[in-house]
Design a binder for this molecule. Structure first.
Ligand SMILES: CC(C)(COP(=O)(O)OP(=O)(O)OC[C@H]1O[C@@H](n2cnc3c(N)ncnc32)[C@H](O)[C@@H]1OP(=O)(O)O)[C@@H](O)C(=O)NCCC(=O)NCCS
Length: 190
């Protein structure tokens, strides 16, 4: 993991692990979504269940083992594959994962507020990009972001593209918190 070597690893909690989500994680995952996003941008229980059942390897959790020995979910990436170059409102719906596509669409990235600012999102994303590249899962990763996160994703190698006209539909609640832009990362080892 070359990129991770550049991290200030002294900031990372000691006992962390990353793995695909399991059914037993769903309540914690929904709680994390509620900490990360306003109601209109959160995944529903049904959506989470669908994604974990249909594309488990695209949905990864970051866990920490606390001093009491319990494991807590502190980070998530939720994604599907889409049959277009960019995310659409339709592509976020249940039933829309396209296994044969080579475009991975990340729908959520969240780090628990108590653990933000410790390079954990960068760790989780770098690990994810490496896994998707090495396992030849797709040609690129696409994501939609608001402007304040351009820098965060640029540091991970994403390129800022155009506004996403489909998800910016003014008739959709999804657009009410600001303009959504497409950002892409090509996966080099594909
Ligand atoms: C965005 C989010 C995932 C970042 O998590 P984090 O663990 O605090 O991020 P990291 O500590 O790994 O930050 C990595 C780098 O990005 C930068 N960064 C992190 N959040 C940033 C932000 N909101 N704006 C600008 N830069 C940011 C950091 O400064 C750091 O850069 P550095 O290494 O040069 O100092 C977290 O704030 C979060 O969960 N937000 C709510 C949900 C959300 O908006 N998700 C993203 C859209 S799907």
């Amino acid at each position: 993991m070359e990129d991770i070597a550049q991290f200030n690893i002294s900031k990372l909690p000691k006992k962390i692990s990353i793995r695909p989500f399991l059914k037993k994680d769903i309540d914690e995952l929904l709680h994390l979504e509620s900490l990360g996003f306003p109601p209109e941008e959160r995944c529903s229980r049904e959506t989470v269940e669908y994604r974990i059942a249909n594309c488990p390897d695209l949905c990864q959790g970051l866990f920490v083992k606390n001093e009491d020995g319990n494991t807590q979910l502190i980070g998530e990436i939720m994604a599907t594959k889409v049959d277009s170059e960019f995310i659409t409102l339709k592509s976020m719906e249940i039933g829309q994962h396209k296994e044969s596509s080579d475009v991975i669409a990340i729908h959520s990235v969240v780090i628990h507020p108590d653990y933000q600012g410790q390079n954990l999102a960068r760790l989780l994303m770098t690990d994810y990009i490496q896994k998707m590249s090495q396992q030849s899962v797709g040609r690129k990763i696409t994501i939609i972001v608001h402007e304040h996160l351009f820098k965060f994703y640029e540091k991970l190698g994403f390129v800022k593209l155009n506004e996403n006209d489909d998800v910016n539909d003014p008739n959709s609640d999804f657009s009410k918190n600001g303009v959504w832009y497409n950002m892409d990362k090509e996966l080099v080892e594909f």
